[in-house]
Every structure is written in structure tokens, then in C-alpha cells.
Design a protein around this ligand. Sequence first.
Ligand code: GDP
Length: 394
Amino acid sequence: MKVKKYVVKDVREAMRMIKEELGDDAVILNTRKIKKGGFFGLGAKTYFEVTAVVEDENKNKKVEKPKAVSREDIYKLQEILMKNRMSRQMQSQPSGISPSPMIAPPSRSVEEELMKIKDMISELKSMVVSGKNEMPPGIRTVVNGMRRQEIDNDVITKVTEYLRITYGDVDPEAKEFKYKLAEYLVPFIKTEEANLSGRILFVGPTGVGKTTTLAKIAAKLKLELKKSVAILTFDTYRIAAADQLKTYASIMDIPIRVAYTPQEAGMALNAMIDYETILMDTAGRSQKNDIQMGELKVIVDMVKPDKIFLVLGMNYRLLDVKEIIRKFKMVNPTHVILTKMDETSSYGHFINVPLHSDLPIIYVTNGQRVPEDIFEANSVELSKILANGVLENV
Ligand code: GDP
């Protein structure tokens, strides 16, 4: 496995370099923004650090054509076979009888046998080569694009089978194909229109963007939809988190309470009974920490939320996403919010997350700005973004 980091000005540049250097089978592991240059942070330029991996270097090497077997090779092989046969005969002969020093000329049957073996070898080699090339070139490009987008392997197989059966091969550069692919991907992307009334609890790993996303949704409810909304936070691990939320709440003129104990939470909820929506923030939980997860379960049992939004980062690896989903299942989330779309160029999680959680995506966030950087998830729109990603740089 070969892992390589690229620092580039734009992600497309990295994709091109990765394709050139690591080949079509390379997969992007991570993309993050970094600042370089400048003086004490001033004038620093934004770059992307893209980490790519390719499983097996040999995969990218050209498949060598079977080397033709020359007549000399055949005679050499025949000679070896004859020597072997003679030495075996010598061992089995009674002692005292010396074998003939002359090597007998190769019999016709040995030559025929060798030719047969030669044919078999080249047939096997051609099977390997055609096996590799079996995938029509257009579809192979699409498959590589889906891998770059880190779409779940089972879905890649389904899409590939569908394309092969329906089209034989495809032209990945054709505009109509992009529409067709997007259309086909729609059912794999489960989304739901957000109904934001009642008690809504935000859960998820640390730093994923729960507090920021809650503030964005609070602003939408209060300023755009003119709804009555209140905030309750349990994020008492980080002093800054509650302060940050208090600042947002005071700017938007939204009441906010901080609960340190279950009794305080109960009192706060009673005081907020007249509000149409109560958005509740929790401290980030590490899915690996069972105590933290247990505490979260206590909060859930206590506040009895109407909805639980599991917040997941688009920049997480699929393996981590699966583990987070598995661990947070204990609090029965009802919806998913995907954050930090702006920090990645792979959008496979639009499919992977509903597939592994069986939950619909309701929002996607794409930046740090409150309240602008959020949009409602819509499977048709998300499928277009994903299809664009799959067919980028073809
Ligand atoms: P929490 O620990 O889950 O509550 O996460 P926070 O809301 O405190 O966010 C952690 C960091 O992620 C902050 O610096 C946010 O500004 C940032 N953040 C949140 N959402 C996004 C997003 O959509 N894109 C980017 N680039 N950053 C985000």
C-alpha cells in the first residue's frame, strides 16, 4: 500500500497528479485545508493537503504480454526433462549397469506435450489479461470515479452491473450520461424534509460541528421562518461551547439555558414549554468512550427528545462513519446532518450514511459561517453533486 500527500492550490490539480503518479486505482483518504506562507498568519495562502493511497503498486504496471517461447527454450526444457528422466532411471536400475552417456533426441510426444503446456500457459495469461480488460473502458472510468468518491463497495458493484446490463459501455464525458448517472443514484440517497418542531437533540462526535449547526438552524427558525425557538445546552464540558452558543442566542434574541444536572434540565424544559422548538446541544462524545456514551443515554432518557439529529462529518473515513453510526445507535437517532462538505471533494457519504444508518439526511453544512453555510438535503440535488464528483477529471 502506497500513501502519498499532495499540497496543492486546488483539489483538481491533486486529482490529476494522483491519477498520473498513483494511477486510476488510487483512492483519496483525506482532504483538508491548510495555510502556508505569510508572516505571523498574515498573508498566508490557503492550500489543500490531499492524502491518497493506492493498494498495490503492481496494479498500475502494464500487464506484460505473454513472452513468446522460442524453439531453443523448448529444447532446453526437453534436455532438462530428459536428464531428470535418466537420473530417475539410473536410480531404479540394478547396480553395475551404466546408463548410456548419450542423451536421446527428444521424442515427438515430449515436444507435443511441451507445445500443449505452452498453449495452456498463453491461454491462462490471456484469461488474466482479458479478465483485467473485461470491464469496458467507459465503465472502468466510472468505477474509478466512484472509488475516488469513496462510495460503498456494494453500491459500486450494483451501479457497475446496472451500467453493464443497460448500456454495455458508457461515454463518461457525455453530458447526458452525467444526468443518467445522477438519476440512477437518487434512490441510494435517502433524504427527508426537515420538520423542526418539538424537542430536538443534537448528538455526535467532538468537533463535528454540532454547536455551529444548531446555531445555523436556530437562526433559520427564528429569522427566516419566524418560529418561537429556545436553546438548552448540556455541553458543559467545554466552557467556550456554552459561551459561543450564548453569544449566538443573544444576537438572535433567542432564550438559552445551560443545564449542569438532570434537575436543571427538567426545570429548564418546564420553563420552555411554550416554545414551538427547543434545540438541545450536547457535548461531543467519543464513540470509543462507553462512559460518555452512557451519559448521553441518561440525557436522552431524561429529556425525551422528539427527534435526535446525529451530526457526522463529510470528511470522516467510511470506516469511522460506520463505527460512529453503530455506537450512536444506542440513543436511537432519527435523522442525520452531514457537516464540512467544504472540506472534502468526496461525496460518497451521501449514499454511505443512509445505507449504514438507515436514517435520512436532513441538512448538509458547507462552511463555518452562521447562518449561511447550511442547506436542506434533497436527494436529487445531492445525486447531482455526487455524479459530478464521480465524473470529475474524466
Ligand atoms: P461541536 O464540538 O460538534 O459542537 O463542533 P463545533 O460546532 O464547535 O465546531 C467545531 C469546528 O468546526 C468549529 O471551528 C466550526 O466553525 C467548524 N465547523 C462547523 N461546521 C462546519 C462546516 O460545515 N465547514 C467547516 N469547514 N467547518 C465547520
